[in-house]
Design a protein around this ligand. Structure first.
Ligand code: ADE
Ligand code: ZN
Ligand code: ZN
Length: 236
């Protein structure tokens, strides 16, 4: 996601933290919120010392293959990244600065896990090499999903985060269920659907936006609720 997408995921997660988790998160983040730090994972990309973390934002494998049996990148991927974050945060022996770093990274990666094209295909770099038009601008499919649709909607991140208010307790519990791998496969299914509905060079616009905006918003919502679920468990 772009800035707004990640901010929405953080903002929703902030609202679903338990009292205990909220206290621990606030302590680690010096009083800042998850929304405040959700873009850290992208912001550090400008610093070459963090280059080794760039493959941690996504995973690519062919349609029809399974992540578990596909040869994993030794440079890491989003699944390995999230598991690393969880293990550092769960370990009482982790130094505080390390916990702070991996908490900020977890808040970011849980967003990316829910961007369908971050569970993508290596051939076109998760849609970065899939050229399309967005209204009258030339762009690529990855950017349409990272931020073009969200920006065209022109809703603030707080406004976009609000639709969780209508969820029942049961719906929230249902969203929280499952594992990181289950959530990855949900994104993968959406990614396959998107490729089935989009052609190279296609002019995408308001039709595409209205077809997919509910899916997009639901992915941000799930990312936020599940991030809170993980943190509530880690800090229980
Ligand atoms: N670079 C290569 N593949 C990518 C993907 N699926 N998402 C984001 N960046 C990528
Ligand atoms: Zn992206
Ligand atoms: Zn990212």
């Amino acid at each position: 996601w772009g800035k707004t997408g990640h901010r929405v995921v953080g903002e929703i997660a902030d609202a679903y933290l338990s009292k205990k988790a909220e206290k621990e998160v606030s302590k680690l983040l010096n009083g800042h919120s998850l929304a405040f730090v959700a873009n850290y994972g992208d912001d550090i990309k400008s610093d070459r010392r963090y280059d080794s973390f760039s493959p941690w934002h996504y995973v690519n494998f062919p349609f029809g293959e399974k992540y578990e049996t596909y040869e994993k990148s030794e440079k890491g991927d989003i699944i390995q990244a999230i598991n690393k974050c969880i293990s550092v945060l769960k370990n009482d022996k982790s130094p505080k600065d390390e916990k702070v770093f991996y908490l900020k990274m977890l808040a970011h990666f849980m967003g990316d896990l829910h961007q369908p094209l971050h569970i993508g295909l290596a051939d076109d770099k998760g849609g970065n090499d899939f050229q399309v038009r967005w209204f009258s601008d030339g762009t690529n499919l990855h950017s349409v999903w990272d931020y073009k649709m969200i920006d065209s909607y022109e809703m603030s991140y707080t406004e976009l985060a609000k639709n969780t208010d209508v969820l029942s307790k049961e719906q929230v519990e249902a969203i929280k269920k499952g594992t990181v791998l289950d959530w990855m496969y949900e994104s993968r299914a959406l990614c396959e659907n998107i490729y089935g509905h989009t052609e190279i060079g296609e002019k995408l616009g308001y039709n595409y936006m209205y077809d997919y905006m509910d899916t997009l918003r639901s992915q941000l919502q799930k990312g936020g609720i599940r991030l809170a679920g993980l943190l509530n468990e880690i800090f229980s």
